[in-house]
Design a protein around this ligand. Structure first.
Ligand code: SF4
Length: 88
């Protein structure tokens, strides 16, 4: 029996488990695809766990926890990127 990775033990309960991976990880995203994926996330029982994981780990691709890559970036860095020498 294969072990479950504790950090994502919630994943098998995700509403996307039977979805087409291209909906969540498309080669080229579109507003329509993002809204469809977010619609699946909206009814997901592990949305909070998924979102927390993606924000904490900085998942670089796809829709996680109902958020796009850009939405996760803004949530993680609400002030935007600050260069180390900014303000000097
Ligand atoms: S929140 Fe969305 S991406 Fe995360 S497990 Fe649920 S359906 Fe999948």
């Amino acid at each position: 029996m294969r072990g479950v990775i504790p950090e994502i033990a919630w994943a098998p309960r995700g509403a996307c488990r039977d979805s087409d991976p291209d909906l969540f990880f498309p080669l080229t995203s579109s507003a329509e695809q993002e809204e469809r994926a977010k619609g699946v996330c909206a009814g997901c029982q592990v949305l909070a766990d998924c979102r927390e994981y993606a924000l904490r780990t900085g998942e670089p691709d796809g829709i996680w926890g109902g958020l796009t890559v850009e939405e996760r970036r803004r949530a993680r860095f609400p002030g935007g990127w600050q260069h180390a020498t900014a303000g000097r």
